[in-house]
Design a protein around this ligand. Structure first.
Ligand SMILES: Cc1cc2nc3c(=O)[nH]c(=O)nc-3n(C[C@H](O)[C@H](O)[C@H](O)COP(=O)(O)OP(=O)(O)OC[C@H]3O[C@@H](n4cnc5c(N)ncnc54)[C@H](O)[C@@H]3O)c2cc1C
Length: 439
């Protein structure tokens, strides 16, 4: 599994760039902060926390960096868990930074160790063993947990959520004795999980409340094109469908959907959204809404406390995607290092990780303003669908399904702010491969 290439392709994808891209300037900076900075604590060992840690260490060889994580693992690829459940890879295969990386970089990591209290006034945290750890700067990168709706029977054996490696290992083991499964939530994660179970010969049904699957990323036509491809692989779908009850005594036997449909199943995976892990912050008086509220430097209302990744809320938005976690970790790190970086938002880029199926979506999926236009192409015979939104000069967003190598090329045009004017007449004729021919 090519984890590293995948992750690298998602790194530093800020939509409009960050001011901290002038990295070379950093070498010359000897700010007050450099001399005062002795100890950085990071709560969370995911993409956001790790980007911050590696960035700080890259630029400051002496500052003490300590990371806490509730999980018993070193940094691994969370985004690969949905494919991990259905393949033969091991935990090592999805590990990004093994133990040796932390040792080499002189970063102390406490695995399996929760932080249970933050004291922002006296600048220390308390871990689950009641040890006190002081800090100069604290980064809260506690991520999110899967939303579990208060539906009758949700606690039954066989009902799972998928957020961490332990969840994935539990699912991997349990599914071996199952013939069928229901995925609740037809978002990107739910579709990936459905494909993984289907690959292992389980009869899979996806239940989606909205009228079509992946409603956050796709329009209806694109969603139906994707659904058709997946149906050909044997996955069943119920859209506009609501789960009412998980039925069974101690273990799941069936699911009541809508008014009177009972779907027999031994297992279900809930995949209906996330809730940021803000408990610690709230208790400490750190300003929080749905996420921890931060400014453009990723600082909270306490100037020495930063929040990054899925837990952070910036201008009312919680991104909930890997590239944003990385971008935000980088901004917090650079701010701690004495630069003045500004986080200006990350491109909502989604790549479906289902073998043999290429789907990329980014940016706008519909026309919002009067000066915007769309090009739509649908070739059901070849399972191809494409839609782009543009303003006559630049691309603003795209959905590209089943046309290999085009999605990321279009995304690059957006990021590099290159005009698409020369390509438009080709796109209108359904010739997307022009992007491969023209350099
Ligand atoms: C199955 C799956 C597939 C995904 N696929 C994609 C994808 O294809 N593309 C994409 O962009 N995004 C994807 N995502 C989302 C992406 O993984 C997240 O946006 C990203 O991992 C967020 O990183 P983070 O560092 O903010 O949080 P996390 O990676 O969740 O890390 C948070 C860490 O904090 C630790 N923690 C929490 N509370 C405490 C505490 N009190 N004390 C100590 N430690 C604590 C947790 O144990 C965890 O290790 C996927 C997510 C999942 C679950």
């Amino acid at each position: 599994m090519d984890i590293f290439i995948w992750e690298r392709s998602l790194r530093r994808t800020t939509l409009f760039g960050t001011d901290s891209e002038n990295f070379s300037r950093l070498e010359n900076i000897k700010s007050d902060m450099d001399t005062q900075l002795e100890k950085v604590l990071i709560i969370g060992n995911g993409a956001a926390g790790m980007e911050a840690a590696s960035r700080i260490r890259e630029k400051n060889k002496t500052v003490e960096i300590t990371i806490f994580t509730e999980e018993p693992y070193h940094f691994y690829s969370r985004i690969h868990l949905s494919t991990f459940i259905g393949d033969n890879s091991s935990a090592e295969d999805i590990t990004i930074y093994p133990k040796s990386w932390y040792e080499k970089n002189n970063i102390q990591v406490f695995l399996h160790t929760s932080v249970v209290k933050v004291n922002p006034l006296e600048k220390f945290v308390i871990d689950g063993t009641w040890k006190k750890h002081g800090y100069d700067k604290l980064i809260i990168a506690t991520g999110a947990y899967p939303f579990v709706p208060p539906i009758q029977g949700v606690e039954l054996k066989g009902v799972f959520t998928l957020r961490n490696l332990q969840d994935a290992l539990r699912i991997k083991k349990f599914m071996k004795n199952c013939k069928d499964a229901v995925i609740i939530g037809g978002g990107i994660l739910g579709i990936e999980a459905a494909a993984s179970l289907n690959k292992n010969d389980l009869a899979v049904t996806v239940i989606e409340l909205a009228g079509f699957i992946m409603p956050q990323q796709l329009n209806q036509e694109g969603a139906l094109a994707l659904q058709k491809i997946l149906e050909k692989r044997g996955i069943n779908f119920r859209t506009s469908a609501r789960v009412q009850i998980f039925e069974g005594e101690s273990a799941l036997k069936s699911i009541l959907v809508n008014e009177n449909e009972h779907i027999a199943t031994q297992m279900a995976i809930l995949s209906i959204g996330i809730s940021p892990n803000i408990g610690l912050a709230k208790e400490a008086g750190i300003q929080s809404n749905r996420g921890i509220v931060v400014n453009n430097n990723m600082q909270t209302n306490f100037k020495d406390i930063y929040a990054v990744g899925d837990v952070a809320e910036i201008n009312g938005t919680i991104y909930g995607i890997w590239p944003a976690a990385v971008d935000q970790g980088l901004v917090a790190a650079d701010h701690i290092l004495g630069l003045s970086p500004t986080y200006r938002g990350s491109l909502p880029l989604h790549i479906l990780k289902v073998a043999g199926l290429e789907l990329t979506t980014f940016g706008q999926k519909n026309i919002i303003h009067r000066n915007e236009h769309e090009v739509i192409y649908h070739n059901p015979a070849d399972d191809q669908f494409a839609k782009i939104i543009h303003d006559g000069e630049y691309i603003l967003g795209a959905i590209i399904l089943g046309i290999p190598g085009i999605g990321f090329r279009l995304e690059r045009l957006l990021k590099k702010k290159k005009p698409i004017t020369d390509y438009l007449s080709y796109f209108e004729k359904g010739d997307w491969n022009i992007l491969k021919r023209k350099k």
